[in-house]
Each structure stands twice: as C-alpha cells, then as structure tokens.
Design a protein around this ligand. Structure first.
Ligand code: GLN
Length: 262
C-alpha cells in the first residue's frame, strides 16, 4: 500500500446526529489512518448543503433524537440521497448509526400518521414504540453479510466476528424480505427486539443500532471500513499494536454478558 494513501470522509449533520459519543467513530478512523501514514481528510455536510458523493470514500451519519431526525429527513431526500447512491455505486463505504440508520431505510414512523421519509439505501422501515430498547448489546456478524466489504478476503474468523456496543432506541426496524442484517443478536435487542436481527448491510453500507461509540470498541470493523475505502484487501493494512483496543472490545463484550472468543 502506498505510504501516501489518502481518504476523504464526509460526516453528515455532525452537529445534529451525534449522541452517545458517536463522534468517537470519526476520531478513531482518523487515528488508525494516521498511525499507518494514511491521510484522512474530514469534511462535513449539513442542512441545505449538497452531498457530492463522488468526492468521498467514507460517509458517516450518527444517531440522533427524533426531533433532530425530523430536521434531517427531508434534507436527506432533497440534498443528499443522489450523492449517497452515487458514492455507494463507486465503491465508497457508508456507516450509519441508530437514528442515522433509521433514516437510511425506507421510512421512520414516529407515530401513526407521522412518518419521516427515508432514503431507501436499506430495505427496511422503522416504527416507533412506547417502550425503548436500552442496554449493552453484542451481535455476531455473519461473514457473508460483509461479503461486499471483505471483497472475498474471508478475513473473519470461523463463526463470524463479534461486535459489542450500547443501544437505546424507541424505533423498531423491520427488514424487508431479502434485506441482509448486519448480524444476529447474541445479547440485547437489536433491530426490533424480536427477530434476532441487528442492523443491515448493502454493498459498502452498514446500518447498526450500536453506539458506544461503535468503532473504538470494535477495531476490526474500523479496519474493514478503511480497507474497503482504500479498495484494498484488509490483510494489506499495516497491523497495529491494539492492546487497548482488544481490552476495550473484551470489556464491551463483558458488559453485554459475553465472554470474548477470538
Ligand atoms: N430517535 C431514534 C429512536 O429513539 C434514534 C435514537 C438513537 O439514535 N439512539 O429510535
């Protein structure tokens, strides 16, 4: 890999869609790139600004309150949807957390008759319920779910890989037939508290309910995103020491009641 590799990241609505320290995902990506001599250029696009999808290798949207999601929903359709689709079509990666994930499905119904339109990246719709789904969560990602991201590298260990985080959402996300989940719930609630599914994956796009922030607790996923954004095999990335990252991962799994197996 070239020592002068460069990636461009766009954060959508970072001032509105950033709860439970979701911003930490961006800092973590930037650090892991910098440690490897990869320049990660950060840009942001908010209400009223166009998203020029072809400019970016990584697009990110974090979680948000219903109130802020309402502000973003119309804007996503008006100013960002075409750019999001264009970015994915040219091989960019997209990470959407919780409220951001919900807005990238087909719709988010806040109450009967009050439905926010979604961008339709994921074949899913979300319906709000009175009872929130809250707590530490662990999921097992199926390697085939990440096939598009792995690029055939088969880098996941047997049995899939675990992701750990924290969830807090009133929305229940229901996947369409044929829409691949990100993984299966090991502990916690996931998309809807009933199906056993968590998140959604399409091409380079990942939607998930895991906050925490997600990436510092699951460094392997951060590296997968970086590799895919660079259009290289994840095994080509320079290895990092990762003692702290491994400890954070094990700690988050323990909080969810799961013992790490690697
Ligand atoms: N407002 C959404 C819900 O409650 C998303 C919350 C979040 O991003 N944590 O379902």
């Amino acid at each position: 890999m070239s020592a002068r590799a460069r990636l461009r990241l766009c954060a959508l609505y970072p001032e509105l869609m950033n709860i439970y320290a979701d911003r930490g995902n961006l800092i973590f990506l930037e650090r892991r790139c910098a440690w490897r001599g990869i320049e990660l250029r950060y840009e942001r696009r908010t209400i009223g600004e166009p998203l020029e999808g072809e400019r970016y290798d990584i697009i990110y949207i974090g979680g948000g309150q219903d109130r802020d999601q309402r502000l973003c929903a119309e804007d996503l359709l008006a100013h960002k949807a075409a750019g999001l689709h264009a970015a994915l079509a040219q091989g960019a990666v997209l990470l959407a957390v919780c409220g951001g994930y919900q807005l990238l499905g087909r719709s988010y119904e806040i109450s009967p008759g009050d439905e926010l339109p979604g961008v339709g990246i994921f074949g899913a719709r979300t319906v709000r319920s009175a009872k929130r789904l809250i707590g530490n969560i662990a999921i097992e990602v199926q390697p085939q779910a990440l096939g598009g991201l792995l690029g055939g590298a088969g880098q996941l260990s047997r049995g899939g890989r675990l992701l750990a985080g924290f969830e807090n959402h009133a929305g229940r996300t229901l996947l369409d037939d044929g829409q691949a989940p990100l993984g299966r719930v090991v502990r916690g609630h996931g998309n809807d508290g009933a199906s056993g599914f968590e998140g959604a994956v399409r091409e380079g796009a990942i939607g998930t309910y895991l906050h925490g922030p997600l990436l510092p607790k699951n460094a392997w996923l951060a590296d997968l995103l970086i590799a895919r954004a660079l259009r290289i095999d994840p095994r080509e990335l320079q290895a990092l020491t990762d003692d702290l990252e491994r400890a954070a991962h094990a700690c988050a799994l323990r909080a969810a009641g799961v013992r790490a197996w690697v």
